[in-house]
Design a protein around this ligand. Sequence first.
Ligand code: BGC
Length: 928
Amino acid sequence: MTRRRLVLGMVQLILSVLLAYPYARLLHADPVSLTGLKCEYKTNPLGMDVTQPRLSWQVLSSERGWLQSAYQIRVAQSPAALSQGAELLWDTGKVASPESVQRTYAGPGLQSGKRYYWQVRVWDAQDRPSTWSETAWWEMGLLTPSDWQTSWIEPDFNEDAAKSNPSPMLRREFEVRNEVKSARAYVTSDGLYEMYLNGRRVGDEVFTPGWTSYDDHIQYQSYDITAQVQKGKNAVGVILGDGWYRGYLAFSGQRNTYGNKLALLAQIRLTYADGSSQVIGSDQSWKAATGPILMSDIYNGETYDARLEKKGWSSPGYDDAAWAGVRLANHPKSNLVAPAGPPVRRIQELRPVKISRAPAGETVVDMGQNMVGWVRLRVSGPAGTTVTLRHAEVLDKAGNFYTENLRVAKQTIEYTLKGEGVDVFEPHFTFQGFRYVKVQGFPTELTLDNLTGIVVHSDITPAGTFECSNPMINQLQHNIQWGQNGNFVDVPTDCPQRDERLGWTGDAQAFARTASFNADVAAFYTKWLKDMAADQKPSGAIPHVIPNVLDRKDPAKNTASAGWADASVIVPWTVYLSYGDTRILERQYGSMKGWVDFMAKRAGDSYLWNNDFTYGDWLAFATNRSDYPGATTDKDLVSQAYFARSTDLLQKTAALLGKSEEASKYAGLLSNIKKTFNAEFVTPSGRLASNTQTAYSLALAFDLLPENLRAQAAGRLAEDVRKFKHITTGFLGAPLICRVLSDYGYFDEAFMLLNRKEYPSWLYPITKGATTIWERWDGIKPDDSFQDKGMNSFNHYAYGAIGEWLYGVVAGIEIDPQKPGYKHIIVQPHTGGELNFAKASHQSLYGSVAAGWELKDGQLHVTVEIPANTTATVKLPQARLERILESGQPLANTKGIIRSSQDGQAAAVEVGSGRYDFTYPMEQSARK
Ligand code: BGC
């Protein structure tokens, strides 16, 4: 054989192997596979207390148009039983149903501490079964107070609760007698805790047990510690921190909000190989001391003296003879709940981009991104050296470190070295909102390796992407996502840096839809909404912040603002739309109704709700000009609009839940509210009492005007936008304006608002270097001076609510409210704004949804991805049906297309699951 033939032969062989491999796989592979098994939105959750959990799965199919006709779920108490299909706890049998998400477990009662294994199989439209899915599981936590066989304990030493105190450390040792089959730790605290076992941290969650309405319920965590316990001697140690419980909270220097003593409740359960078990828990045998954490506070930071570390304190054999004891504390156990939401974790690390000397002489490290979390410090130097890190979001005009907008939050870490080689330090019970770090007292030359940014937030799974041909809009999307992450720290906060960081309801409702595009937030909101119901006033009023730390001691005080309190209705509705979750509506129904009834009662027979405090269209565009002071929308108009909005969503909810009497009662109320709105705020020719962008946006988005006045109202809105050439809205108008403009065909005006770079606009902050969304349109003014230091956060997500328009209108992925949760998807891309392309994707409960378009050579290319077991209506703009090709073929020849029709200037194509690639020459638009 010649050399040439040998080489050719080898090339052929390699090619044939490469080519054959995927075919062989395709030939033998199952046409469908099941994946993404979730229980209550979580993958294999450990420590649940939902007694009828809902199960979801995703189907992957290489075929277009895949639909489920039936499913079967089976549940067993061991993987072996499950795979043999024997001794099943629950077997649904074959259930004829197209539903593949939120299937409710309806087997025998679930027991504390037990693990349940499950799997599912499905049948397609031709009644062909899939194979069984992989096994998934969930495990129950402690379901009743009597499952806690231990006591709450507190350190037995005195503290001065008027100020921050050193963090208590608690420990005890225990003996493991035998081979352990499984071990669990169930833990909670008044305050925050970190648990250690045999010298190692238990779990990777931070800020446990999380922040809830502590007066009503406190979360406990469940940990699998099987691999961490050892035969013979063991030690458990817990550090407690002030946290939200007794640290500084809210803006008036308040402390000890929920109590002034930190406490621990912990229970370790060992199950031995021989079937016996042993419980070790918090009891009087624990010892307590203080150590290196001299102060740790959410707003103020941490003071840590490494010389005071107690080496080996959480390992067996440590001498704790000098430690104090503990006292039993008589706290309830009936208020303990398993976490519904995701834990807060360290999510990402950032390497700083620059170290510089500010004009004032300070050493400042730039993380390159406004972030939330803390800095990991690496330092070596003599024992007793103190390094101070101060955190800030921005530098001032001169380039100096700027902290005035933090108000009294110190955001300062003071670390005193122990001086043994390299000290590596991360703080424990505090977080900072910052891009810049001022470093003082660093003992050697500071390098980029000495500081690492640790990004910390609720572990919400990223679910959305948006990208287009304008890099500034892509930066806007980046800023929206970073704004979301930094403010999803166990509760949806307004900001992460100043002495606030509270669960402001208005910000949350404005941003909820955008949030649920960017990430899987169902479980996160489920947790928070429980707090909302718990903190609702007896009158039905919803406090401004949840958990309510502003006036919780005053049940008779009815603080509630339009557009804020409505979060109690709008957020559950958003979770329903985005995830098809009807249980959240059932669970929140009482709270939703309470809020609407409150407004109805206050309005009385007039149906005009205008007699309570309200924030109105917060932070709307304002000027010093005498001829145009700014866009102030009458607060009464805003209140009435939200009164209608919540009543509308409540009547829809009542109808959905089969409460037909209440549905018609609230439909009646709604019609009176609207009548009053029109009588009070609309002239006969359709001008609104406030001739502002927000007023028209509210009236149209909430459907408050009679049919005959709508188009002209939209015209007035568009006219106003053209007149000012910029947005004038505040928190309440901003989420709606582009949507209303585009709904009425004013795409040019909507894109003009989006593309504008001068103040006020969404892109203006980017021209000033923003990497997150700002609280104000002009946090940094055009002359580089700052807005009012009393309220100037550079990480506030509310204005990021434009995200839902990018995703839903520009890229064009919309939820069909008739089949929510993406069971039926509306894909309706819109070109414009001088963009050449735009695309978005979203991980729905069914799987990946994607839509995108690109203009090339006069042709529009639209790509669509629809997950198995869903369908979509694709509305192709400016298209003639007969000129559309899909993957190069006329529509008639295309598999997966259910039907198609010409719908005015658009073509409507109904498709089943799969990927589609449409191409057509765009017709001239008739409008305008
Ligand atoms: C918060 C807001 C909030 C507002 C209500 C501010 O202090 O940061 O985002 O919605 O107060 O007025």
